[in-house]
Design a protein around this ligand. Structure first.
Ligand code: 5GP
Ligand code: ZN
Length: 117
């Protein structure tokens, strides 16, 4: 499913350029345009869902989370650690309404709630 008005659908389709980090049948991962950490990668399902609560089939959710872990492993972050963030709707400052997982790492983070907007 492709939403012609959706920024991340356009990135998945290659209509808008991005710096690819990883791709498989189900997910596409690319560098965030405004990185907040040495590694700041966005992982998205190739199908469009507005957010993590948009009735995503469990199997698809599994592929999304596996994609995030695959990116962390690719970047060598598993040993030192990494954080994944999924902003959902306004209180969490979701700005792009195609579900995406932020994969963050590469330096020490604090133990508070990050503001990834
Ligand atoms: P949100 O605030 O919705 O959780 O995160 C959206 C993220 O998408 C932000 O971190 C923002 O920097 C990133 N972003 C917005 N537009 C683009 C774009 O055109 N290309 C890329 N690579 N990232 C984008
Ligand atoms: Zn989309």
């Amino acid at each position: 499913m492709h939403d012609p008005d959706c920024l991340f659908c356009k990135i998945v389709e290659g209509e808008i350029p991005s710096t690819k980090v990883y791709e498989n049948e189900f997910v596409y991962a690319f560098e965030d345009i405004s990185p907040m950490m040495p590694t700041h990668v966005l992982v998205v399902p190739k199908d469009h869902y507005d957010n993590i609560a948009d009735n995503i089939p469990a199997e698809e959710l599994g592929h999304l989370m596996q994609g995030a872990v695959d990116v962390a492993r690719l970047r060598g972050l598993v040993g030192d650690g990494f954080r994944i963030v999924i902003n959902t709707n306004d209180d969490a400052c979701q700005t792009v309404h195609h579900v995406h997982v932020h994969v963050l790492g590469g330096e020490q983070m604090n133990d508070g709630n990050p503001h990834i907007a």
